[in-house]
Design a protein around this ligand. Structure first.
Ligand code: M6R
Length: 619
């Protein structure tokens, strides 16, 4: 939601923090700001220098140009606005104690209005509309009461409700940064004589590969040489150290104009890396499994919960799991799941899919499921994120960092992961023999190559994207596994190009949506395989004929060599043939490229679409 960076060490904090913010900008780009502790005179005293500006980091850069901000301790923030408009006044950091301390925050303080009213009744004046500012005043009040910085933050956190990562600097403690975490991410980078804080490791990967994960409701106090972690009551706890196993290049554009374009090309590797190591002999192995085999065998109902693109991979999980295990699967948007009181019990498996592992809706769905005694299996791209931490079993996708806000390579990696989960369940239930599992895995293992070939077949898709960029809307149709792909195509176009786009099951068209078809309207059709699904293939040809008769400009994604599709299509996009369940690995690729081209032709920033942020840590 928001990106946070903190630093203490020998370097100029401003440089470290602004660079870290650039890497965190995918988390929000409504405003950016820094607070640096600047020494004044020789007596160890210091002042806080704060700079903040609405808009992207370039605006902050302009604000900083010409200012002399030195100091080796500091914090920074890049914002996705929740409380208060995205303007200068609401940009973080927020200050308290007449400029003594500065705070940055990710999350929502749910009881902020009560706290604000109370503080105002004691004469505190607010200078923003944010929920965060109450924290600045509360910490300042505790410091005025004689507490140390860590204690002041602990006392403040005990008063807060909601989700938060908070990072605080105090000019009276110039060599220290303190931070708190509840339901919102924060990792610590441990360097040689320097410490870093970040919403994720990309904030400091340039400087260190040693990191420490903070648990829920914990506070960390860092100096250049040491850190100390406690709970909100001051009891010392251990952090969980880990090594960062990807390099800086993965978080950089590497010659591409946009991260998204690079990430599209990285899909073969994302799928290969996700599959690697999961077949041992003829057995599918998850990354973490705190469930015993009997518990998996006993599963008699599966819910898949996820949001956005992850929800679309969840829809595809249904095809795989039901096909291989015959266990009924329901796929539900995580934001709806817990509010309708789903029927869950000890034999229910909830599969939670989340790239970030921190999406609030999905996390709350996981918690609800666990409260009801259901088992939870997480599919996640972020090591140690909250959703996998709270799950009974985990399968990590290994797509590497995805900086573009629109999910691309993590979707492909999720497609691989849901297949592995389907096979793992089939194995536990005994509905697939070992040799069948191996055969299915081998088919999956051919997908990185199939994606590479698809990427090499997309020249005309780039041209087509530019050609249809001025259309007022685009529809997407699919059947069977092509339907979630159609939804994903529509979502990509909406978020990247701000165009009206809808995905439908093609058979549903006649029940209403066909009224949308008008002369020249582009309709992207995901064709089923003529050999794999001949009946659906025929039906889809009829659907194409129906919309063509009403003026649609059909763009048909079909297996190479599908001559009937060629005859029916205004534009044909060929992709390699795959087994039916695996077709989304290749049919998704033209959707991504088409959307990116349309968006670029319309002048949109495909890495940072308006109003969005990469992960949504508020409900
Ligand atoms: O981190 P998650 O996978 O939980 O995120 C879920 C959605 O917010 C995410 O997929 C979103 O829809 C993407 N912007 C889609 O491109």
């Amino acid at each position: 939601m928001c990106g946070i960076v903190g630093y203490v060490g020998p370097r100029q904090a401003l440089d470290v923090i602004v660079e870290g913010l650039r890497r965190m900008e995918y988390r929000g780009y409504d405003s950016a700001g820094v607070a640096i502790v600047t020494p004044v005179g020789d007596a160890g005293s210091a002042e806080l220098q704060v700079a903040k500006k609405a808009g992207r980091i370039e605006n902050l850069d302009k604000e900083l140009a010409g200012r002399d901000i030195t100091g080796t301790t500091g914090i920074g923030h890049t914002r996705w606005a929740t409380h208060g408009a995205p303007n200068d006044r609401n940009a973080h950091p927020h200050v308290g104690g007449s400029g003594r301390i500065a705070v940055v925050h990710n999350g929502i303080i749910e009881n902020f209005s009560v706290l604000r009213a109370h503080l105002e009744s004691t004469g505190v004046e607010f200078s923003s509309d944010t929920d965060t500012e109450v924290v600045a005043h509360l910490v300042a009040r505790e410091l005025d009461n004689g507490r140390g910085l860590g204690d002041a933050l602990r006392a403040t956190c005990r008063e807060l409700e909601g989700a938060f990562t908070l990072v605080v600097v105090d000019r009276e403690h110039p060599d220290e940064v303190v931070a708190a975490r509840r339901n919102s991410p924060l990792v610590v980078g441990v360097g040689e004589g320097e410490m870093f804080l970040g919403s994720d490791v990309a904030a400091f990967i340039e400087f260190t590969r040693h990191a420490v994960e903070l648990g829920q409701d914990q506070i960390i106090e860092i100096t250049a040489d040491a850190y100390r972690i406690t709970d909100f009551d001051g009891i010392e706890v251990d952090g969980k150290p880990f090594e960062i196993n990807w390099d800086l290049a993965a978080a950089e554009k590497g010659g591409y104009e946009y991260f998204m374009l690079k990430e599209i090309e990285e899909q073969p590797a994302a799928v290969a890396d996700t599959l690697r190591g999961h077949l041992v002999g003829s057995e599918i192995i998850l990354d973490e499994q705190r469930l015993d085999k009997q518990e998996l065998r006993d599963v008699d109902k599966v819910f898949v919960v996820a949001c956005g693109t992850a929800y679309h991979s969840g829809l595809l999980a249904k095809y795989a799991i039901e096909h291989w295990t015959r266990i009924p699967v329901e796929v539900e948007m995580a934001s709806e799941f817990r509010y309708r009181d789903p029927v869950l019990d000890r034999q229910t498996l909830v599969v939670a899919i989340s790239q970030s592992g921190e999406t609030a809706d999905t996390l709350e769905a996981v918690r609800h499921a666990r409260d009801q005694k259901a088992k939870v299996l997480a599919i996640c791209n972020t090591n140690g994120a909250q959703i996998p931490r709270e799950s009974d079993a985990v399968l990590y996708t290994h797509a590497g960092p995805e900086i573009g806000v629109a999910a691309t390579k993590t979707f492909s990696a999720q497609l691989a992961a849901v297949q592995l989960v389907g096979l793992a369940l089939a194995q536990a239930r005994g509905t697939k023999y070992g040799d069948e599992i191996v055969a299915e895995y081998n088919a999956l293992a051919a997908m990185p190559e199939a994606i590479s070939r698809t990427l090499g077949m997309m020249d005309e898709v780039h041209d087509l994207g530019r050609e249809i960029a001025s259309s007022k809307a685009v529809l997407f149709l699919g059947r069977h596994v092509g339907f979630p792909v159609a939804l994903e195509g529509a979502l990509k176009l909406k978020e990247l190009a701000y165009m009206h786009a809808e995905g439908f099951p093609a058979g549903e068209l006649k029940h209403g949506p066909i009224a949308l078809i008008e002369d020249g309207l582009p309709v992207v059709v995901v064709m089923p395989s003529p050999l794999g699904r001949p009946l659906l293939h025929q039906k889809m040809l009829s659907n194409i004929a129906e919309i063509t008769a009403r003026g649609a400009r059909t763009i048909v994604i079909a297996e190479a060599g599908d001559e009937q599709a060629r005859k029916h299509a205004a534009h044909l996009i060929e992709v390699p043939a795959t087994p039916t369940l695996l077709a989304p690995f290749v049919t998704t690729i033209p959707m991504q490229i088409l959307s990116a081209e349309i968006a670029l032709a319309r002048g949109c920033d495909i890495d940072k679409p308006r109003n969005l942020a990469k992960s949504v840590t508020v409900e």
